[in-house]
Design a protein. Structure first.
Lengths: 189, 189
């Protein structure tokens, strides 16, 4: 997606050889036109997969998942990193390690929002080592549903997330794949 | 907003006299058509306020803020409840007490995403005692910007949030105001 790549180059900040900061348009401030176009791209790619729901994880995946869901006219469901006090029914949970924050957290999802046999499209803003997306896929499979695909806005192609998800049999579609952040420069694949 | 009220009645769950669970359409699973209509209502009401950005707090406010921002064609900025490891520049912070979770948290926002003199529209899914919205307003005022208004999807009219915000001089526009949750029934104002 050219507009996304242009925005990454003009507004992204390379913090280190493994960290790209995109907080001015994706995960702190949100460029709604950009996110809307991303949602449309995901819809074009996944529209024939009989998607029942779009699943993401709070917080940064919510905007793009919602933008995409508008095209599918299907609900978004977002897994929580903390179990809410009002979540009283049965919940699906899985442990995830965050390398960015160097902490573990429990992804939690009410059982009622994924039904057996459904096709669930997983979506997130970033894919690095794939821990969050793998955790979402674990929840989907535990519920007896199927992963219809994985839509990622920015993939760090130099980290193994996509390979790990593909080895589980999932189709990973990333709108921008970064080959390298070396020498303070974004190089796309 | 009639459709919202109908959905609250048909899909909301009264947990107690002060707690309404709306996780099947607003803050765990998201009904994107409903949220889109909510965004349009907020735009209709606030469209003459020269809004520069729409501000919310993660996670439940993001979907409706993004839906509304599409009409304004302005960016969303969401305050974080935990400071991200990649947030390196100057940040605005304020302490907020959550009655729902009975914890305190620090709202954090990068200074670069609110500029002095801007008009900021605050938006959230729920208004009860007004702590989160007041915290957002504190950040806006600390930055030398102005609160253009406060858009709320569901207001608990039996709690003082709206009065507190109005006493600070803000225009609070709620799409559904709940008068009471007594006798396991939702009564609108």
């Amino acid at each position: 997606m050219d507009r996304l790549k242009d925005t990454i180059v003009s507004k992204g900040k390379v913090v280190s050889e493994s960290v790209l900061k995109v907080d001015s348009f994706l995960n702190h401030q949100i460029d709604c036109d950009l996110v809307d176009e991303a949602g449309e791209h995901f819809f074009s790619y996944f529209k024939d997969r009989s998607v029942d729901r779009i699943m993401t994880v709070e917080s940064s995946g919510i905007a793009v998942a919602t933008a995409c869901a508008r095209y599918f006219r299907k609900p978004v469901v977002f897994a929580k990193k903390q179990k809410p006090g009002t979540m009283t029914g049965d919940a699906l949970t899985t442990q995830v390690h965050s390398f960015t924050k160097n902490t573990d957290y429990t992804l939690t999802l009410s059982k009622e929002f994924i039904q057996k046999g459904e096709n669930i499209l997983i979506m997130d803003d970033f894919l690095a080592r794939g821990n969050a997306a793998s955790g979402l896929a674990d929840l989907v499979e535990t519920a007896g549903a199927a992963v219809a695909g994985v839509g990622i806005v920015i993939e760090k192609g130099f980290q193994p997330g996509a390979s790990i998800l593909e080895s589980r049999g999932y189709d990973v579609y990333s709108l921008a794949v970064i080959e390298s952040l070396e020498n303070n420069r974004v190089l796309f694949k």
